[in-house]
Ligand binder design. Sequence first.
Ligand SMILES: Cc1cc2nc3c(=O)[nH]c(=O)nc-3n(C[C@H](O)[C@H](O)[C@H](O)COP(=O)(O)OP(=O)(O)OC[C@H]3O[C@@H](n4cnc5c(N)ncnc54)[C@H](O)[C@@H]3O)c2cc1C
Length: 385
Amino acid sequence: MAGGLIALALRRARPELVVALVEAEDVLGGNHRWSWFGSDLDKAATKLLAPFRKTEWSGYDVRFPARKRTLGARYFSLASSDFDTALRRELAQDCIQPGSPISALDACGIDLDDGTRFTARAVIDCRGFVPGTSLRGGWQVFMGRHLRTARPHGVERPVIMDAAVPQHGAYRFVYTLPLGANELFVEDTYYADEPVLDRGVLSSRIDAYCTDAGWEGEILGGETGILPVITGGDFAAFQAASRTPGVAVAGARSGMVHPLTSYTLPHAAQTAQLVAENADLAGVQLASVLEAQARRVWRQTGFYRMLGQMLFGAAQPDNRYRIFERFYGLPEPLIERFYAARSTLGDKARILSGRPPVPVSRAVGALLSSREPLTAQHPKKDISS
Ligand SMILES: Cc1cc2nc3c(=O)[nH]c(=O)nc-3n(C[C@H](O)[C@H](O)[C@H](O)COP(=O)(O)OP(=O)(O)OC[C@H]3O[C@@H](n4cnc5c(N)ncnc54)[C@H](O)[C@@H]3O)c2cc1C
């Protein structure tokens, strides 16, 4: 995704440059659905995403045991198949190199598995997040199902969080997007201590949720994810571990991510603009510009890592939902700035003030404690049961 947006931004700003978008798979963007709030993107990023066919809504709902609310923000969702289609349409014919796994890269080019070498003035590594020992946190584990319902489902707006469901030892919520009158995307999400995705269990919970809601029909597809929720760590060490000298790093691999939601699309769109503005730099300098940007994002998002620490550490897993239940009672502009990772000092004070949703002693304990490393030694488990 990050690589595709960079190629698109360069095509717009500097069509004379020769750019290669090298991807191991046959399609661009994998099997994903990316969603975001209108307020997550600035004007330039909104323009960059304009050519992609996407679904959009005005307003969304949240549900908790003691709170239901409809909010007014605009919400967008982009399927990876539409991402692939638009890039093939917008980019130069010979730019996209699908089915090309890279075996090695350096400041002057890349080597493919089949021995082909591409040389380049600048190389940007967008090969996804690398688990390691330097960052700490928990996990967001989810399974989504794309459904065509036999009858119109009647859901008017996205339900971004329905946490009025059994919690099963995590912060669990169900996320529903009405993609059409007879089309739904239903996702079961867990803020969990362990990176374990049990397909059989999650699938049967989605079945139960759909049955309760009266949604029956044909399954058109789905997605699964195990994403890191970063609560702290040594960012310099993380950068050192994912760095190849002279090679720029972008996307999830760069650590430019919203620590609590694990969303990277807004940062990726911003990075794409930054690359386009600095397209004349040598690769080594471009690498420094993106590294500095990632450090800036890390500094600016400390508040969200602290909230993540409280979410995982202060609340018993089945009570984690109370933190979001209280949060969703706050004014809507504050909620929008939170998702855009642009909370003001006043917002932060407001989020932390008032009667805490978790006991103060546990909250303080959580802030002083350290969570597990987001590491490969803590392997992701994708279980088919
Ligand atoms: C199911 C799912 C849903 C998500 N939903 C959202 C969302 O709604 N909003 C949001 O902002 N974020 C979302 N995320 C999180 C994050 O934004 C995405 O993972 C996003 O795609 C990350 O972008 P990226 O470009 O860094 O990595 P990717 O999009 O994963 O791209 C990395 C690419 O590198 C390729 N690659 C890896 N190794 C090699 C190699 N050796 N040679 C060649 N190619 C290689 C991979 O095939 C892949 O296509 C979601 C993640 C998942 C898994």
